[in-house]
Design a protein around this ligand. Structure first.
Ligand code: F6P
Length: 322
């Protein structure tokens, strides 16, 4: 294999740049040329290829986001879009592709693999909902941003004797909410995996108030049945149940835009380098992930067909420790 491509797709995640850097420099070290593909799968269809040298990825390891840009391409989901992408790859003489991203991105990678193109994935999403990697690139940094928000909210909540709902990202997965609730010592956490009624959350807040706590923090996953907006609406109707006055904060994309911490930079460097090695070893159609502290390769077919379970003993732990 003499020329490979690399793209980032789906939601950006802190550490994607470190992964791009690792792909480019590992490939160059092995005598392989690299083309960066801009704007994810849409760029693949449109032939947005740029040759990348070692210096093109200088000074990016500490930067969040992705220098290649990302997109959620609807066209690539169609057979015609996939055919166009294959044509563009062949025309550019690209013989293998590294796809850095989460579930949607690896579904796209699997589609190319099924069409016979040599492709490998790198596990990257802040949601940590990707099967085949215990932890994905971006999670640790996003978690620390959520944690900082909790710590800050606690300060202002205590000053005003308030309860706060903090909604964090994670799509349909409660990992970020649960882990930030444990690390931040929140009074309650609401996640999609465990059905929680607003009455129960109200009871927890009331209990904190009656115990004489200065505040109550509830971390809510955006994918929960009762997300922050729904809980807020319910509590506005039932303000008397809480004791505390209530405010709501939604972290949203702030959580995704940070510069990567050490963990994500190192994870991304290992997975990016591992992806190039798998292409050169002829191990195609696999996701490079991190399982039990080791680099692993899981078939993309398995990755996209499986749901990653959330360890619910941690939900119990959060309840015990609040
Ligand atoms: O998958 C990453 C993620 O940030 C999710 O947590 C969130 O639900 C979604 O992307 C938001 O997508 P967009 O950036 O397209 O609004």
């Amino acid at each position: 294999m003499k020329r490979i491509g690399v793209l980032t797709s789906g939601g950006d995640a802190p550490g994607m740049n470190a992964a791009i850097r690792a792909v480019v420099r590992t490939a160059i070290d092995r005598g392989v040329e690299v083309f960066g593909v801009r704007q994810g799968y849409q760029g693949l269809i449109d032939g947005l290829f740029t040759p990348m040298g070692a210096r093109d990825v200088g000074g990016i390891i500490q930067r969040g986001g992705t220098i290649l840009g990302s997109a959620r391409s609807l066209e690539f989901k169609t057979p015609e879009g996939q055919r166009k992408a294959l044509r563009a790859l062949n025309q550019a003489g690209v013989e293998g592709l590294v796809v850095i991203g989460g579930n949607g991105s690896q579904t796209g990678a699997n589609a190319l693999h099924q069409l016979g193109f040599p492709v490998v994935g790198v596990a990257s999403t802040i949601d940590n909902d990707l099967f085949g990697s215990d932890i994905t690139i971006g999670v640790d940094t996003a978690l620390n941003i959520a944690l900082e928000a909790i710590d800050r909210l606690k300060i202002t909540a205590s000053s005003h004797q308030r309860a706060f709902l903090l909604e964090v990202m994670g799509r349909d997965c409660g990992y970020l909410a649960l882990m930030s609730a444990i690390a931040g010592g929140a009074e309650a956490v609401v996640i999609p995996e465990v059905e929680t009624e607003p009455e129960h959350v109200a009871d927890v807040i009331r209990e904190a108030y009656e115990k004489g706590k200065a505040h109550a923090i509830v971390v809510v996953a955006e994918g929960a049945k009762y997300n922050a907006a729904k809980l807020d609406a319910y509590f506005t109707e039932h303000q008397d149940r809480l004791g505390f006055a209530l405010r709501t904060a939604i972290l949203g994309h702030i959580q995704r835009g940070g510069n990567p911490g050490a963990f994500d930079r190192i994870l991304a460097s290992r997975l990016g380098a591992g992806a190039v090695e798998s292409l050169l070893e002829g191990q195609y159609g696999v996701l490079n992930g991190w399982v039990r502290s080791e680099l692993t390769r899981t078939p993309l077919e398995t990755v996209v067909a499986s749901k990653k379970p959330l360890d619910l003993t941690l939900f119990k732990l959060a309840q015990i420790l609040d």
